[in-house]
Design a protein around this ligand. Structure first.
Ligand SMILES: *[C@@H]1O[C@H](CO)[C@@H](O)[C@H](O)[C@H]1NC(C)=O
Ligand SMILES: *[C@@H]1O[C@H](CO)[C@@H](O)[C@H](O)[C@H]1NC(C)=O
Ligand SMILES: *[C@@H]1O[C@H](CO)[C@@H](O)[C@H](O)[C@H]1NC(C)=O
Ligand SMILES: [Mn+2]
Length: 523
């Protein structure tokens, strides 16, 4: 009924939209008692409501604006969690959000019998309002019979309100919430393992501690796992602004990848994946990697596939490790585009780690490279040379896992799951800095050597894979790199060229000779 009236009052500005929402609530609660024949003229009533209703901050996912005289205090509070704590604290724990789903998702129906889920949330010194909004939004927007329990894993927080006060608050909720406390700071990976081990649901859903679940977020995730228990599924991660807590829909047209440094990155969903889904954007996207914070997985499959690498420290790299493992060992990793969950993206981390984040991530990345990437780990090592000196401890049990699950090689993953990867599957040479690829590019990560004019310097530009200005022909006898377009040779830097490699007429002189290491075609 409310939905019907929504359609009739298509009002333009979003502020009015929120007010209409409030108005309709009042209108219908009053209407229960009123006489049907009475004339309810909309506009005068709306004006009356507008003049006396104050809409709470952040409702319908709107940005919160802090008054000028509060901004000093706001900046102070920002430092605590690296997001606008003052704004977050002003917003209701059960605030309303827009329905950002594709239209095709709103009318989908799901089987009645779906597996139930336990939600696992790890937190460390999280703010009260963001943590509680995660919990309240999950409870309010999940069908009661599908949400079995919520497990909070406290990774040794120091804040008082996260102790007794939190316990008392969650005891009043209609879904069982258990709190597990790590005795000492253990990091995301080990804390998640502790939480997962205590779950009883058929599916485990991992969420970050500063999320908001939107309408219909859970059913499509569980439905996909019901169809295929080896599907590991992620919602679309919407953006909750760290400055204003405005809720902004994420795109269904990006998926997860990574670069040579093993940084997780979002990239456009390639045409081949659109074609596989026959253009239906409401179908799950097969994604090469996941961001890692938010996903659902069948509980017994999580164990079968080797949970997490518990030899990894704190945080970082575990998402790629899990992504490679799932694909290489027979599962699939998907973004379920009908499921939306918001996440507060921060520009900086508020936490410190023993030993520093850099070393931890290097160690974790080495573990994943050594276990899963075969010879392609060299692309990571040449671009981050310091990393080979980092100790990565014993990986034999993870290698044994790979063996026992009969997992496919990394080349299979690149060929079949991530053909548009920055890592060339076929290359002739991998040197100190660059690779020389089967497409005859001189390339590092997603950048290619490019020359656009005669006698001109070469620059690094985004690889376009169209040959042209980025094609160099290697002559293994004369050791020259011929830029085919200009018919000139790549010349060594000289003082005069300010040490920038330059194109010059091919002369055979020594400054045009290049030795490509390990010059073989690797397939
Ligand atoms: C949030 O909870 C309050 C108090 O129970 C209630 O009055 C309000 O309508 C709720 N808001 C939404 C958006 O459901
Ligand atoms: C939830 O799923 C588990 C595992 O399949 C099952 O044992 C349990 O009965 C379910 N709980 C509810 C309340 O449906
Ligand atoms: C290249 O060859 C050298 C010596 O032949 C070898 O030690 C090295 O591992 C090879 N590197 C790659 C990337 O194949
Ligand atoms: Mn987060």
């Amino acid at each position: 009924m409310r939905r019907f009236v929504y359609c009739k009052v298509v009002l333009t500005t979003s502020l009015v939209w929120v007010l209409v929402d409030v108005f309709l609530l009042l209108y219908f609660s009053e209407c229960n008692k009123c006489d049907n024949k009475k004339d309810h003229s909309l506009l005068p009533a709306l004006r009356a409501v507008m003049s006396r209703t104050h809409v709470a901050p952040g409702e319908m996912g709107k940005a919160v604006v802090i008054p000028k005289d509060e901004q000093e205090k706001m900046k102070e509070l920002f430092k605590i969690n690296q997001f606008n704590l003052m704004a977050s604290d002003m917003i209701a724990l059960n605030r309303s959000l827009p329905d950002v789903r594709l239209d095709g998702c709103k009318t989908k129906t799901y089987p009645d019998e779906l597996p139930n889920t336990s939600i696992v949330i790890v937190f460390h010194n999280e703010a009260w309002s963001t943590l509680l909004r995660t919990i309240h939004s999950a409870i309010n927007r999940s069908p009661r019979h599908l949400l079995l329990e919520i497990l909070l894993v406290d990774d040794a927080s120091e804040r008082d309100f996260l102790k007794k006060k939190l316990e008392h608050h969650v005891a009043t909720l209609e879904v069982p919430v258990r709190i597990l406390r790590m005795v000492q700071r253990s990091g995301l990976i080990r804390a998640r393992l502790r939480g997962a081990a205590a779950t009883r649901g058929q599916v485990i859903t991992f969420l970050d501690a500063h999320c908001e679940c939107t309408v219909g977020w859970l059913e499509p995730l569980l439905a996909r796992i019901k169809e295929d228990r080896r599907a590991v599924v992620c919602p679309i991660i919407d953006v909750i602004s760290d400055e204003t807590f405005e809720y902004m829909a994420g795109s269904d047209m990006t998926y997860g990848g990574f670069n040579w440094k093993l940084n997780f990155r979002w990239y456009p969903v390639p045409q081949r994946e659109m074609d596989r889904r026959k253009g239906d954007r409401t179908l799950p996207v097969r994604t090469p990697t996941m961001a890692g914070g938010l996903f659902s997985i069948d509980r017994t499959y999580f164990e079968e596939i080797g949970t997490y690498d518990s030899g990894m420290d704190i945080w970082g790299g575990e998402n790629l490790e899990m992504s490679f493992r799932i694909w290489q060992c027979g599962g699939s990793l998907e973004i379920v585009t009908c499921s939306h969950v918001g996440h507060v993206f921060r520009k900086a981390t508020p936490y410190s780690f023993p030993g520093g984040t850099g070393q931890v991530i290097n160690k974790n990345n080495r573990r994943l490279a050594e276990v899963w990437m075969d010879e392609f780990k060299d692309f990571f090592y040449i671009i981050s040379p310091g990393v080979v000196r980092v100790d990565y401890a014993d990986v034999s049990s993870r290698k044994a896992l790979r063996e026992s699950l009969k997992c496919k090689p990394f080349s299979w993953y690149l060929e079949n799951i991530y053909p548009d990867s920055q890592i060339p599957r076929r290359y002739y040479s991998l040197g100190e800095v660059f690779s020389y690829t089967a497409d005859k590019e001189i390339r590092t990560d997603d950048l290619c050597l490019d020359a656009s004019r005669l006698n001109g310097p070469v620059v690094m530009l985004k690889c376009h894979h169209m040959k042209g200005n980025q094609m160099f022909e290697y002559d293994a006898e004369r050791l020259t790199l011929l830029h085919v377009n200009s018919n000139q040779c790549l010349d060594m830097p000289s003082e005069e060229d300010k040490m920038v490699p330059t194109l010059r007429d091919c002369s055979g002189r020594r400054s045009q000779q290049w030795i490509l290491r390990n010059m073989t075609l690797s397939v």
